[in-house]
Structures are given as C-alpha cells and as structure tokens.
Design a protein around this ligand. Structure first.
Ligand code: COA
Ligand code: AMP
Length: 631
C-alpha cells in the first residue's frame, strides 16, 4: 500500500473512509450516521451506533473462539510476579467486578475514579466500568491526595477503586491513606471505596465506606455488557493545561474503538494474536489506548509491566521482557531509553537477550532526541519510530504508518501526518506557513474519530483552549514545522506545559504552590532541558523584602510543598532566589527568555522588556548555581 494514496483517501472522503474502518468492529447497532455535529457544532462520529468497549476488548474474541488466548501478561519485577490471564479469565473477573459495582448502586452514566498501581486489577476495573456504561477516570498513582481531590470534585465519582499499595523502586507507597486524605479534602464524597488488598504489608486504615475488592468480585454475579451510544463517554482523563486546574479530556466509545483498531493495524502494524507492549502507566493516555483498549480490541496479548526501565532490578529489564514474552511491537518514552543508555552505554545487557521477536520500537511522550535514536539504532536492529500525539488525540497524529508503508526515517521528525489528520503550520495570525517555517501546529476540523469530545463539565474551556485561536482548526499547543517533503518536526510546547520524563505537567500549577509560600513575593516556574528527563522544572523566586530565610530552608520547604500537593512526579528540586524577574512593560514575566538563559541557548531580548539591565543580573546569579545538584 502507498502512504500518499492512503492519506489522500482518508481526507478526500472522510465518511466513506471511516465507515469502512468502523466495519472492522462488531457493533450492537452499526452506525448509519457517520459524521454529524453536536449541539455546539462540534463534529461527532458514528452518533447513532451502539457498542460497548468491554465487549470489543473481551467478549467478541471469546465468541470468535479465542477465549484461551493470553490477553494480559502481568510482569512485575518489583514483586517478582509473573501471571498470565486468558481472555476467558479476564472476562470472568471483569464481569463479576462489574456485577459487584452494579450491586454497589453504580449504573450507566455514573462515574468512578480508579487510583491504582500497574496491576491487572487496574485494567479489570477500567473494563468493568466500561462493561456497565460507567465512565471511568483513572488517576496516575504518582499524584498526591490534593490532585486526586481536584479530580474527585470535578468528575464526582460514586466510587473510588484503589489498591493497598504501589511500589516505587525503593519503597512501598500505601495508597489507601492517600485516598482517604483526598476524600477528606474533596467537597464531593464518593459513596464507596473498593480496596484491593495486595497483602504487601501496607497500612490500610479502615473507613465505613470501604469495600473489599476480592469479596466484591467473588460474591457477585457476572454482569452482561450494557450497550452504549457511540458518543457515550468511555472515560475522562485529566491532563495538565495552562492553569492550575487540570482538564478532564472526554473520550467517546465508538469513535475511539474504531480509531484504536485502525491504529493497531495501520500505525503499529500489529497482527491479532501477537504480543504488544506499551511500557507506560494506566494513569496516562498511553496506558488507556495501548496497554488496555487498543491491544485488547485488536486481540493482541498486552504486557502490563510494573517496574521501571532501570533499577528493577537493572537496565536489562526491558530486554528480558521483550525476549521472555515474545514481544513483536513495543512502545516506550525516549526518557526510558536515555535512562537505560546511561546505565548501560555499550548495550552489554542487550547482547544477553534474543530480541529477534521484536519488529518495531515506537517512541513517544516527548521529543525524541537524535542521540537517543542513534544509540537505539546502533544496538538494536529494528526501526525506532518516533510518533507524536497527546492525551487529547487519544492516538497518534504524526507517525510512520508501519502497517501502510514505512517511509524513510528522518531523525528529529516523527514523520508525516497520520491518515485522518490534516496538519498545518500557522503563524500567530492564522496564516498557513510554508515549508521549514516554524509556527503553531494545528489540525483542520473535523478531527478523525477517537479524539477528544469535550472537557468534562467545561465546554467553554474546551472551546477557548482548542478551537477559538484558529477558527475551523484544532490548536495542539505545540510548535513545529513541516519540511519540503511534508515531514513534520515538533519543536516543543508553546504554552506553560512541560514534559518531565514523559509526564505532562503544568508549570502554572507549580507556580501557584510556590507563590503560596509565605516568604515568596513572586516567582516563575520554567521547564529547562535535562539530559535524562527531557525537561525538569526550575523555580525562580523573589523573596518578600525583609524576609530572613536561608536559601536551603526555602528550597526544602518549596520542594516539600510541591511533592505534597502535586506529587513526587513533579520532580521540582531546584529553587533559585533572584532579586527580580524579567518582565514586559505590561508586567508579564518573560518565561521564554528565562528558559533560554538557563539552557544557554541563543536569545534575543524582546523589545517589550521593561528593564534590560536585569539580564546580566540573572545571568550572574545563574552562573553560580548548579541546577540539578540540590537532590
Ligand atoms: N507512584 C508514586 N510515586 C511515583 C510514581 C507512582 N506511580 N511514579 C513516579 N513516582 C515518584 C518517583 O518515585 C520519584 O520520586 P523521588 O523524587 O522521591 O525519587 C518521582 O516520582 C519522579 O519519578 P520519575 O519521573 O519516574 O523519575 P525516576 O528518577 O524515578 O525514574 C525514569 C526516571 C526515566 C526511569 C522514569 O521516569 C521512567 O521510566 N520514565 C518513563 C516514563 C513513561 O513511560 N511515561 C509515560 C509516557 S509514554
Ligand atoms: P500527553 O498529553 O501527556 O501525551 O503529552 C502530549 C505532549 O507531549 C504533546 O503536546 C507534545 O508536546 C509532547 N509529545 C508527545 N509525543 C511527542 C513526540 N513524539 N515528539 C515531540 N513531542 C511529543
């Protein structure tokens, strides 16, 4: 197949193209209306179709005779556990958990929050919700109670499903006390908290709202799949935006299932029956799309890995998992490869494993630097495919479509637009820019199926954030350019969102916490380059006049506050005290300028700067600081 023809077909007759793709799924009621609009004029896919994501992930394969195929491989170096679940076994557990949730009073249209580590029960909980039409919202386990509380208040779950503990490299993290604290902080009070006791020794304080996960599953009848409309919200997934409040990205059911099935075949080139591994977390969009729903809908065996690329136990872990489980296609973040490279620069561990099963390595979540790509290529003889997407899109927007035609790889580019995405580069004024001109990355509406439907409870924010800046186009929040062959290069965010070790975080949110410190008069949190994590946050603070606080004390208190309120995953370790911050004459802090100074990049002083004399001052302070040293 030819990429160009396929791509043109996808844009030329969108309805026919996506109708054909939707036929790859067994619908309860196949859609007659392929593309329509919601009350706000926003495009909807397959509006009158009826389906169920859990049916598509499990039951359809059992009905087709694949019940004994392994659906999930749970590989947990941190607990030294390896367990395989067939589609039959997953369905049995999921349908009884769904029955248990019904018995707790949940019904179609309700919401449930899932706060769990990387264990099979996290996937079971997602699928059980989907089975009965309950919209789930998975919250990443690395987020602190305050963050969990914000999400509970926004999506108002009837239940929270959790586990007794997660495990980080060197410590057990008791989840139940964190959930209790979040419920205490939240205004909305969930009726029940379902707790899986992992029996790893974590403290599980008892509350009246607690329900034991095992007792619920084993004491319940199997629940059948509830047909839902294609536009029914399968999940809400919160992601960082440009304010302190995360955005609840709403995903539909039928369009998403169609897009995932499509992407497994045409982007990832994964055949049903093969083993697919996305080394991410169910708390992120990668986990939703390519640990749980995508591979299962495509009848792939999915690997659910509870560990890190290094120190669990060492930098050989990824290669062991690939070779032991016969992984055909793998997906990870470049930061994971950088971590491995740092520990094993000559790839000695790689040589110890037979990786002949691996066909393609996909990389995403952040920009893939050329050095990482080259190191990978030097040591592993399979294509390493950088691809670009976001929580909002739910599936890749720029990628080499490996199931269509492999295009030559250009390091630094995630290749060309995926079928269905009409990607353009715009100037600030909304004019389309020519080849090699850097601007805003935008996508002509309608976006293809599976992309965001709305922001939960906040349609005005959805419109303001994505649709208003360039009418008729979706604004991605990323900058980039297209070369003269149509290859797209993403150069980074154009807003205050940063990417730390593949985790998307908001500097505005961190700024709110730093600014709340009693000694801080004003501050700026910026993302600066980091060899391992891609970016890390750095706080620059101006202390209140007359405040007598030692730098190390201030830094310690701020770092602790950010860990307490957002979570350790924020990775804010460095706080620098400056006399003043560079601003425009209208009082806006010049964050981009600060970033360039700290990163040692070339910069131009904006003509709008209030006082140019501040630049040498800032440079002087920074020249005395060793960022990254305050661990
Ligand atoms: N629960 C609790 N704490 C968590 C957590 C979780 N689920 N995930 C991370 N944290 C904590 C870590 O323990 C660490 O705490 P510390 O500051 O006390 O050491 C902190 O958050 C930062 O974690 P992380 O960013 O993961 O850094 P790390 O140094 O532990 O590991 C990498 C570095 C590169 C190995 C790791 O970030 C990694 O594997 N990244 C890949 C990310 C990925 O797959 N992202 C998904 C997008 S595709
Ligand atoms: P998230 O929503 O957490 O998946 O983060 C999405 C953001 O990560 C995007 O808007 C980009 O800024 C960045 N990103 C993801 N993948 C890539 C990539 N392949 N290249 C460059 N940036 C990427």
């Amino acid at each position: 197949m030819n990429y160009n023809e396929f791509y043109q077909e996808s844009l030329g007759n969108k309805e026919a193209f996506w109708k054909k793709q939707s036929n790859e799924l067994p619908w309860f009621t196949p859609p007659n209306t392929i593309l329509s609009e919601d009350a706000n004029g926003y495009p909807l896919w397959f509006a009158d179709g009826e389906t169920n994501a859990c049916y598509l992930a499990l039951d359809q394969h059992i009905e087709a005779g694949y019940g004994d195929q392994v659906a999930i491989i749970y590989d947990s170096p941190v607990t030294q556990t390896l367990k395989k679940y067939s589609f039959n076994e997953v369905k049995s557990e999921v349908s009884r958990l769904a029955g248990g949730l019904l018995a707790l009073g949940l019904k179609k249209g309700d919401t449930a929050v899932i706060y769990m580590p990387m264990i099979p029960q996290a996937a079971f909980a997602m699928l059980a919700c989907a089975r009965i039409g309950v919209t789930h919202s998975v919250v990443f386990g690395g987020f602190a109670p305050h963050e969990l509380a914000i999400r509970i208040d926004d999506c108002k779950p009837r239940v929270v499903i959790t586990a007794s503990s997660g495990i980080e490299i060197d410590r057990l993290i008791a989840y139940k006390p964190l959930v209790d604290e979040a419920i205490e902080l939240a205004d909305h009070k969930p009726k029940k908290v379902v707790v899986l006791n992992r029996k790893l020794g974590a403290r599980i304080p008892f509350k009246k709202y607690d329900v034991d996960y095992d007792a619920l599953v084993y004491g319940s009848e199997e629940a059948a799949c509830v047909p839902v409309n294609a536009t029914h919200p399968l999940y809400v997934l919160y992601t960082s935006g440009t304010t302190g409040k995360p955005k609840g990205i709403v995903r539909d059911t039928g369009g998403y299932a169609t897009a995932l099935k499509f992407s497994m075949k045409y982007i990832y080139g994964a055949q049903p029956g093969e083993v697919f591994w996305a080394a991410s977390d169910v708390g992120w969009v990668v986990g939703h799309s390519y640990i749980v729903y995508g591979p299962l809908i495509n009848r792939n065996t999915t690997v659910l890995f509870e560990g890190k690329p290094i120190r669990t136990p060492d930098a050989s872990t990824f290669w062991r998992v690939i070779s032991e489980h016969n992984v055909s296609v793998m997906f990870t973040a470049p930061t994971a490869i950088r971590a491995i490279k740092k520990e094993d620069p000559n790839g000695e561990f790689i040589k110890q494993y037979d990786l002949s099963c691996l066909r393609t390595q996909f990389l995403a979540g952040e920009r893939c630097d050329v050095a990482t790509l080259e190191w990978y290529n030097e040591h592993i003889p399979v294509p390493a495919i950088d691809h670009w997407w976001q929580t909002e899109s739910g599936w890749p927007m720029i990628s080499n479509m490996m199931g269509v035609e492999q295009l030559p790889i250009k390091p630094g580019s995630a290749s060309k637009a995926v079928a269905g995405y009409d990607i353009r580069i715009f100037s600030e004024n909304g004019e389309e820019l020519g080849p090699n001109e850097e601007g805003y990355v935008v996508i002509k509406l309608p976006l293809p199926p599976g992309t965001l439907l709305d922001i939960w409870n906040d349609n005005p924010r959805f419109k303001a954030g994505y649709l208003t800046k360039f009418p008729g186009y979706y604004f991605s929040g990323d900058g980039g350019f297209k070369d003269d062959e149509g290859y797209l290069f993403i150069t980074g965010r154009v807003d205050d969102v940063i990417n730390v070790a593949g985790h998307r975080l908001s500097t505005a949110e961190m700024e709110e916490i730093v600014a709340a410190h009693h000694s801080v008069a004003e501050c700026a949190v910026i993302g600066i380059n980091d060899d391992l994590k891609g970016q890390i946050p750095l706080a620059l603070v101006v202390t209140k006049s007359g405040e007598e606080i030692e730098h190390f004390q201030l830094q310690h208190e701020i770092v602790q506050k950010v860990r307490e309120q957002i979570g350790a995953v924020a990775s804010l370790k460095d706080v620098i005290v400056v006399q003043r911050l560079p601003k425009t004459r209208s009082g806006k802090i010049l964050r981009k300028l600060l970033r360039s100074i700290v990163d040692g990049a070339d910069y131009q002083i904006p003509s709008t700067i209030d006082d140019e004399a501040i630049i040498p001052e800032i440079e002087e302070v920074l020249s005395h600081c060793k960022i990254g040293s305050f661990k």
